[in-house]
Design a protein around this ligand. Structure first.
Ligand SMILES: Nc1ncnc2c1ncn2[C@@H]1O[C@H](COP(=O)(O)OP(=O)(O)OP(=O)(O)O)[C@@H](O)[C@H]1O
Ligand SMILES: [Mg+2]
Length: 385
């Protein structure tokens, strides 16, 4: 494996922005939190922008009640778990709608215009449901906080996307959706509604904008026309922002941390994503293979029922008669799982194009408290496993 043992610690020490990406459920949020803790332990003032952390983890950091405000975690929480913090950890939950609202306010030519747009029903739909909005707003927030002098490092968690590519394409997809031929057709159709029966337009619009069905009826057309006119006002702004976001992500002070499980579908997705990052000239920092199964003791030679029986007797345990056979079975399963993971990761290492690969073992429990996060941060900083 071509892992340099200090791949992640170098990234934590030298970059200003780390972005965790990967398939759904592989451990993006956990890795972002553990990297943040690692950096804070090393003296950095860290901002962790997180999405939907597990409730127990958020609670253990004291951020469960947090809305969209940044909350600095009390270092006493870490000290109580025997973890010394030289720096600080601030966490902020990403809120798509809130970020979109802030953008509208910033880019509207007047407060009146902003208020009008914010209260438009269609805006409320678009700002939360349009494809790519969540991904785009995560990036948007990153640009907004990246140069904040209160932080040395910003760690950005990313939303679960069905396909990791959604994330890279988000800015374009959002702009395309807002500026699409369909939308323009609709505006034109509306503006020249003399040529159409109003009914036809309403029907087409409803078909086009499936999912906003609730808003059909009396005020729909007016709301729609108003919305598009107002959003048009902002198009220049959004387009310019999207290219700035893309530019930021290409910076030499940014690194993507690709996270995967050892399962082939997740690996396939992360490799494809790695290629896309390269095409987009975005810096790939490291690959984390999370929840890796480590081999049980004596995996090489295997254990016999006699070994298991001896172990049971040595510990003075009184177990059921078939316990040795079941232990042998469990040991064999664990060894097979570990060797499967090892084979998958070996194959990954040869295709990962020289990206440092860090393996993180599956812990006995999910990562729900400060002590476990600190443990994971040690693993990540020491090159894995
Ligand atoms: N190394 C590990 N050992 C054991 N459990 C882990 C490990 N890493 C993550 N987990 C657990 O796996 C679950 C999913 O992790 P996490 O929420 O970080 O994934 P995610 O990629 O952010 O998911 P989503 O795509 O839904 O946002 C959590 O319960 C977490 O505690
Ligand atoms: Mg997550």
């Amino acid at each position: 494996m071509n892992a340099s043992p200090d791949a992640l610690s170098t990234l934590v020490d030298t970059r200003r922005v780390l972005v965790t990406v990967g398939a759904g459920g592989v451990g993006k949020t956990t890795t972002a939190a553990a990297l943040s803790v690692a950096a804070a332990r090393r003296g950095k003032r860290v901002l962790c922008l997180t999405i939907d952390p597990a409730k127990r983890l958020a609670e253990s950091l004291g951020i469960a009640e947090m809305t969209t405000e940044a909350v600095t975690v009390d270092n006493a929480r870490f000290e109580a778990a025997g973890v010394a913090m030289k720096g600080s950890l601030t966490a902020m939950m990403l809120d798509t709608k809130h970020t979109f609202d802030e953008l509208v306010v910033r880019y509207s030519s007047s407060k009146d215009k902003a208020d009008k747009l914010l209260s438009n029903k269609l805006y409320q739909y678009v700002s939360t449901s349009l494809a790519g909005t969540q991904e785009y707003m995560a990036m948007e927030k990153l640009v907004a906080v990246k140069d904040d002098p209160r932080y040395d490092l910003v760690v950005l968690d990313t939303p679960p996307t069905a396909n990791a590519l959604d994330f890279l394409d988000a800015p374009e997809r959002l702009i395309e959706a807002l500026d699409s031929a369909t939308m323009r057709w609709f505006v034109e159709a509306f503006q020249s509604s003399g040529k159409f029966s109003l009914n036809l337009i309403a029907k087409s619009a409803a078909a086009v904008l499936k999912g906003i069905g609730k808003i059909t009826g009396g005020g729909f057309l007016e709301a729609m026309a108003e919305f598009i006119a107002e959003l048009n006002d902002l198009f220049g702004g959004f387009k310019e922002r999207a290219s700035r976001v893309q530019q930021t992500l290409r910076g030499s002070d940014v690194a993507f941390v690709l996270v995967t499980s050892p399962a082939p579908p997740a690996i396939k997705e992360v490799l494809y994503f790695a290629e896309r990052l390269e095409d987009a000239r975005m810096p790939r920092g490291a690959l984390v293979v999370n929840r890796f199964h480590v081999p049980p003791p004596f995996a090489e030679r295997g254990v016999t029922e006699a070994d298991a029986a001896a172990g049971i007797a040595e510990r003075g345990l009184s177990l059921e008669e078939d316990a040795p056979a079941r232990l042998v079975q469990a040991h064999g399963d664990a060894a097979r799982l570990a060797s499967l993971d090892a084979a998958n990761v070996r194959a990954l290492a040869t295709t990962a194009g020289g990206m440092p690969t860090v393996r993180v073992a599956e812990l006995e429990t999910d990562v729900h408290d400060v002590a476990l996060l600190a443990r994971l941060s040690d693993v990540l900083m020491s090159g894995g496993v």
